[in-house]
Design a protein around this ligand. Structure first.
Ligand code: PEP
Length: 250
């Protein structure tokens, strides 16, 4: 099954106008010229940098993503941002349910589900994050956790809607820690997640791995049959490292 491959950078709460421009200049210059059409490179940047990065990427192969959005369409939601506002900035992708938002900002499976629905309704591609904590991993609860998160996050969506979602499996213990899941473990969990999806979509939707992926370990992870790409945090802040990961898809 030929699925789309996606390399998405998550800048988190890093960079300002000048440093973002510097990074993007190199990312654009070094994006492999032979990047196949079925590989998407996405940069998910802070809200304040969307317009700057969009101005630089609009005529390139690089797509623009946000890191969060509201489940509401508009109105009295102080501090939130709507899909319409993101789309106006050139956004096509949005990270939803990142573990940092679940852990530090009380996002629940219910709010994640509502956000995915709102994103899809507005034609934004959700990058839906799931993954177990270190404690859950050590207790052997990974499959239970990811199966629950998958089911709850996609609750109420039709198969046609699920087909438009990208899932990112990110073991929390691997995020920003330098500890990466082994290629065998990442492949096993991602194959298991795929099995939790409805029959008509399971072989179609891209599932990414995230968690300390970098220029050195990307190739062996991306070579796994069920791993369709990566969500890259730290390494996406260095153009060379980020593009080495993207180059590993070729
Ligand atoms: C992430 O932020 O989703 C992530 C995977 O971060 P890192 O690559 O730094 O572990």
């Amino acid at each position: 099954m030929n699925r789309k491959r996606i390399i998405a950078g998550n800048w988190k709460m890093n960079l300002t106008q000048e440093s973002a421009k510097e990074l993007m200049k190199d990312v654009i210059k070094w994006t492999p010229k032979n990047l196949p059409n079925d590989v998407d490179v996405v940069v998910c940047v802070p809200f304040t940098l969307l317009s700057t990065v969009h101005a630089m990427t609009k005529n390139t192969r690089i797509k623009l993503g946000a890191q969060n959005m509201s489940w509401a369409e508009k109105g009295a939601f102080t501090g939130e941002i709507s899909s319409e506002q993101l789309i106006e900035q050139g956004v096509t992708h949005v990270i939803i349910g990142h573990s940092e938002r679940r852990e530090m900002f009380n996002e629940t499976c219910e709010t994640v589900n509502k956000k995915i629905k709102t994103a899809l309704k507005n034609n934004l591609t959700p990058i839906f994050c799931i993954g177990e904590s270190e404690q859950q991993f050590e207790k052997g609860e990974t499959n239970t956790v990811v199966s629950r998160q998958t089911k709850n996050g996609l609750e109420g969506l039709t198969d046609d809607e699920i087909k438009k979602v990208i899932i990112a499996y990110e073991p929390i213990w691997a995020i920003g820690t330098g500890k990466t899941a082994s290629k065998e473990d990442a492949q096993k969990v991602i194959a298991f997640i795929r099995e939790q999806l409805p029959k008509g979509v399971k072989d179609i939707i891209p599932i990414l791995y995230g968690g300390s992926m970098n220029a050195q370990n990307a190739k062996e992870l991306l070579d796994q049959i069920d791993i369709d790409g990566g969500l890259i945090g730290g390494a996406s802040l260095k153009a060379h490292d980020f593009l080495c990961v993207a180059g590993s898809c070729i």
